[in-house]
Design a protein around this ligand. Structure first.
Ligand code: NAD
Ligand code: AKB
Length: 315
């Protein structure tokens, strides 16, 4: 990124936003990054603007005030929360994207990052090693909004030359900020409960395998995609990326290696049917071919690191 570029992160107080903003500040220096969200998170330091991304006028004002050239749009309702308010989820997830895509169409910004999700896949998608291009029939409002968003990203690229880049994140696991209402959230909650109570009641069945990724890999993938030359970005909808796949039983067994008394019980709720509609594993060979993506962190390394950080932060 050249020194004249300036980044706006929208949704900076969320699970990804908290860490991505810190990482961008570290790489490009604090003055090159402006954070924004409905509310500032507690320990945030740096430039911050309160923003409802649905307020197009305020978004435009922030972009011109800070001479923003790149936007990372992270504001959204995730799968479980979106099912509780489908119409609002559609409005937020779609209109936020249009507001940002239109800024680029009008040449007010020159690059966009917008995340998609494995939620774009559905019951007719192959379960194992899902190819980049495949059947997509999402059954959640979240998945439908992400699939529609992917189509609009490609459309704006093809029709208006907008440089928009995207990844289909798997479930993300991290310790800095809690997850915001997804189906894969159990894989974060389990660590807090394991440390606090040596016990966890899981809302998915023991054998529900889903694709997951540790946050450092997700941040690296995001920044590598945004840094690569535009000519390398051959997929303008969204790239499959992958790291690990496991079930609640498998992650519980891994945690037990460190907390021997840890026990897990299963009480599936409405999130089970969402999980059942998603694939178990993802083929990310296009991301590898186009911009050399390669995951690093394994399940056992992730579990060890999560427990170490969360145990330390409790002391
Ligand atoms: P999150 O819910 O933790 O954070 C979203 C942030 O957006 C919150 O801080 C929220 O306050 C903010 N926000 C909500 N409405 C807003 C509005 N109107 N204006 C401005 N800000 C608003 O979500 P996350 O996990 O950080 O996810 C970020 C993005 O990544 C989303 O698009 C999500 O779909 C995608 N994603 C996340 C995961 C994951 O496992 N975390 C996986 C796949 C895709
Ligand atoms: C969710 O569970 O909704 C997210 C996702 C995989 O998009 N973590």
């Amino acid at each position: 990124m050249s020194s004249s570029e300036k980044i706006l992160v929208i949704g900076s107080s969320g699970q990804i936003g908290t860490e991505l903003t810190a990482q961008l500040q570290k790489i490009y220096n604090e003055n090159s990054v402006v954070a924004s969200d409905l509310k500032k998170s507690k320990n945030f330091s740096g430039a911050f603007e309160e923003l409802d991304v649905l307020d197009e006028k305020r978004l435009g004002e922030i972009v011109s005030k800070h001479k923003i050239s790149q936007v990372y749009l992270l504001a959204a309702l995730l799968s479980a929360t979106a099912e509780k308010n489908p119409q609002f989820a559609w409005k937020l997830n779609m209109n936020s994207l249009f507001n940002v895509l239109d800024l680029a169409k009008e040449k007010k910004i020159n690059k966009i990052y917008w995340p998609s999700s494995i939620a774009v896949f559905g019951p007719s998608t192959p379960k194992e090693n899902v190819p980049q291009f495949t059947v997509m029939d999402p059954t959640t409002v979240y998945g439908i909004s992400k699939l529609a968003g992917e189509r609009w990203c490609e459309y704006y690229f093809l029709k208006h030359g907008v440089d928009v880049r995207s990844l289909r994140y798997p479930g993300l696991i991290s310790y800095t900020s809690p997850p915001g209402g997804g189906t894969t959230d159990y894989a974060v909650d389990i660590f807090y409960q394991a440390i606090e109570k040596e016990n966890y009641q899981c809302f998915l069945k023991e054998d529900t395998v889903l694709p997951m990724m540790y946050m450092p890999d997700a941040l690296r993938a995001t920044i590598e995609l945004m840094e690569t030359d535009a000519k390398n970005v051959k997929v303008r909808s969204s790239y499959n990326i992958a790291a690990m796949s496991f079930s609640p039983k498998e992650i519980a067994e891994e945690i037990k290696k460190h907390i021997s008394k840890f026990k897990i019980e299963y009480k599936p709720d409405f999130r089970q049917s969402i999980a059942n509609s998603w694939p178990k594993s993802i083929d990310d060979s296009f991301a590898n071919r186009d911009w050399n993506w390669k995951n690093k962190v394994t399940l056992s390394e992730m579990v060890k690191d999560m427990l170490a950080h969360l145990t330390l932060s409790k002391k």
